[in-house]
Design a protein around this ligand. Structure first.
Ligand SMILES: Cc1cc2nc3c(=O)[nH]c(=O)nc-3n(C[C@H](O)[C@H](O)[C@H](O)COP(=O)(O)O)c2cc1C
Ligand code: SF4
Ligand code: SF4
Ligand code: FES
Length: 598
């Protein structure tokens, strides 16, 4: 066996790949060959480290030095300075945005220090395209133990004892779901992994699949044994090409080693997995729509009961679990249900992966124990709000979720606490908003998304969300009427109560939660025709501040509609409100900050 003296772990997640990490790898390998180090130093492509905004990320082992924003042009210096001379390259280290100090090790960076990476423990550590690296970190050991040492019901009891709840959004106890599927009558059963992940901005499941695909396959095989299924499907959107490719490679390698297929671990248990690609409709993440889509039908939800555990894919009993739920399973088996149940809160066990985005210094993918507060996530891991602005709200749970205001920043994040304040865990999308965000416009954005994604099968969702959207649009356009808020609330309640599936039942949530915590912003739009955050274009005015204007003419020259008039060197200039289209170009370009947005 060859022993390398150094490993360069180079992120090949989607974000880093789009920042040219493959070209960095090639350049590094060329430089290593040129320096006759190719035998001693190995470049290993990995999954996402979570710090995507700083990518491409590379960690040099054994020292554990992390380099950020690595470019192909840095390859020679990395080889000559770091690997040959043994000197750390300061300029490629992470720079703390507050004290500007350079930080060399991953665990010393606030973004990583407050995390607990359990589901993501292999992401950034192994080459997801090499099954041997997964096996070297105890991969497929849990499957072997289960098949050779436990009865199916014992496996179910372990999952129940762990307290694991579904990470796909609903938080249903996983062990109980497995038990229903195990008890369902049927010769043939299926396990389905839901990798649709349609929430805007969410990429938790994609990252797990890209960084550690075997953990999900192993979780599926264990689930298959527990419920008595010998066939599994991963339903994944075609827009995730890297995850699809790595899954295909992983399935092929697992088959070659006899870890998928017939008679696994000589136990007599058969299990194999196929992929099914989705076309990217949000509703196809809903379990019954997803099952329809796999069986070649239109991706529309159907009423439940019967639940998939009883009548699912091809009308056979089917267990459907989310990617993150399944990726937790091998660790629960190996480390024991007590270990898992020891993390988190009383009713929400384990950790949760979140994709954190928006107005926060550190964006990316994080994993924290259940019960961590939003304040820790946003201000310690996320590094707070950029540009010295004030935090306003965090949208949690994607388009089905709600906005959490500052007053609730210390609420522990778990399934039940979030529901109490009108939000929900969802699958882990977290968007941070500051004072420059308009909450009415945010509600409009999410409703526009769900309205667009409604499959149209039932009237409350198809028509009701459209009427709600029209009301929100007219409020943001300055045409809101008295009575609009009552109308929004009553429509929202009706849609929640009468829609067929979770899409319609939760579509009004962003509107209801912004109304609950930010009603004053709605009233400012309706009664004062004013957008306090200055976002809704029709409610904004650009005005020249006479005392600051020097009549430099810049604003008049950049205005695309000639709305600014004046005489050069004879201030002030003047904006004609009836012509102005509120594009903001004049304000952005004025060298004297003489244009105010009101
Ligand atoms: C509109 C809609 C979209 C959904 N999208 C997803 C999704 O992308 N991924 C997912 O795992 N669950 C999604 N769900 C939840 C699934 O219906 C289902 O509850 C979940 O896959 C069950 O897995 P779990 O028990 O492991 O959470 C969605 C639900 C709704 C109503
Ligand atoms: S609630 Fe909406 S998405 Fe769900 S079935 Fe009805 S129309 Fe389709
Ligand atoms: S906001 Fe745009 S349209 Fe209005 S005056 Fe300035 S540049 Fe012209
Ligand atoms: S994709 Fe590289 S750090 Fe996320």
């Amino acid at each position: 066996m060859k022993i390398q003296r150094a490993h360069l772990l180079l992120c090949h997640g989607t974000a880093c790949t789009s920042s040219a990490s493959e070209a960095v790898k090639k350049a590094l390998e060329e430089e290593l060959a040129r320096s006759q180090l190719a035998e001693q130093v190995k470049v290993i492509p990995t999954g996402c480290f979570g710090f995507c905004a700083m990518g491409p990320i590379m960690v040099v082992y054994p020292e554990g030095i992390m380099y950020c924003k690595v470019k192909p042009g840095d390859a020679r210096e990395i080889v000559e300075t770091h690997l040959i001379k043994g000197r750390v390259i300061e300029r490629l280290l992470y720079k703390d945005p507050v004290d500007k100090a350079r930080v060399s090790e991953l665990d010393d960076i606030d973004f990583f220090r407050h995390q607990r990476r359990e589901v993501l423990h292999n992401c950034g550590h192994i080459n997801p395209e090499d099954i041997r690296e997964y096996i070297a970190r105890d991969g497929y050991l849990a499957l072997g133990q289960v098949l050779t040492g436990y009865k199916p019901q014992e496996v179910i009891e372990m999952v129940k004892a762990s307290g694991l709840r579904g990470r796909g959004g609903g938080g249903f106890p996983t062990g109980r779901k497995w038990e229903f599927a195990a008890q369902a009558e049927g010769e043939e059963k299926f396990v389905v992994c839901n990798a649709d992940e349609g929430d805007p901005g969410a990429f938790m499941d994609r990252s797990i699949l890209e960084g550690d695909p075997h953990a999900v396959l192993e979780g599926m095989a264990i689930a298959g044994y527990a419920i008595g299924a010998s066939k599994g499907f991963v339903y994944i959107r075609a827009e995730y090409p890297i995850a699809v490719e790595r899954l295909n490679i992983a399935i092929k390698q697992a088959r070659e080693l006899g870890l998928l297929g017939k008679n696994l671990f000589a136990s007599g248990f058969d299990f194999d997995i196929e992929l099914r690609l989705g076309a990217g409709a949000f509703v196809c993440g809903e379990e019954t729509a997803l099952l329809n889509s796999i069986s070649g039908k239109r991706g529309e939800p159907r009423p439940r009961p019967p639940f998939p555990a009883v009548k699912g894919l091809f009308f056979k009993p089917t267990l459907i679990n989310n990617v993150e739920t399944l990726a937790n399973i091998p660790r629960i088996i190996l480390k024991g249900p007590e270990w898992f149940a020891g993390i988190g809160t009383e009713k929400s066990k384990g950790t949760k992966v979140f994709a954190i985005a928006g107005k926060v210094v550190n964006t990316g993918l994080i994993e924290v124990p259940m019960g961590t507060t939003l304040r820790t996530i946003i201000f310690e891991i996320g590094g707070g709000i950029p540009k010295g602005r004030k935090f306003k709200a965090a949208q949690i749970g994607g388009p089905s979720g709600g906005c959490v205001p500052e007053a609730h920043l210390d609420v522990p994040i778990d399934y039940d606490s979030l529901l109490e304040i009108g939000a929900m865990m969802g699958s882990g999308g977290l968007i941070v908003m500051d004072e420059s965000d308009c909450m009415v416009d945010i509600a409009r954005f999410f409703l526009e998304f769900t309205q667009d994604e409604s499959c149209g099968k039932c009237t409350p969702c198809r028509v009701g969300t459209k009427r709600m959207l029209e009301i929100l649009q007219r409020i943001t356009m300055g045409d809101g009427r008295e009575g609009d808020l009552d109308l929004l609330k009553s429509l929202a309640e009706d849609i929640k109560d009468t829609s067929l599936c979770g899409l319609g039942q939760t579509a009004p949530n962003p509107v209801l939660s912004t109304l609950r915590f930010f009603e004053d912003e709605y009233l400012a739009h309706i009664l004062e025709k004013r957008c306090p955050a200055g976002v809704c274009a029709r409610l904004v005015r650009y005005e020249i501040i006479p005392e600051k204007c020097t009549a430099c003419t810049v604003c008049a020259r950049v205005c695309p509609v000639d709305a600014v008039t004046g005489t050069p060197k004879k201030p002030p200039y003047f904006i004609h409100q009836d012509i102005c289209i509120k594009c903001g170009a004049c304000q952005a370009k004025c060298p004297f900050s003489a244009i105010a947005k009101e």
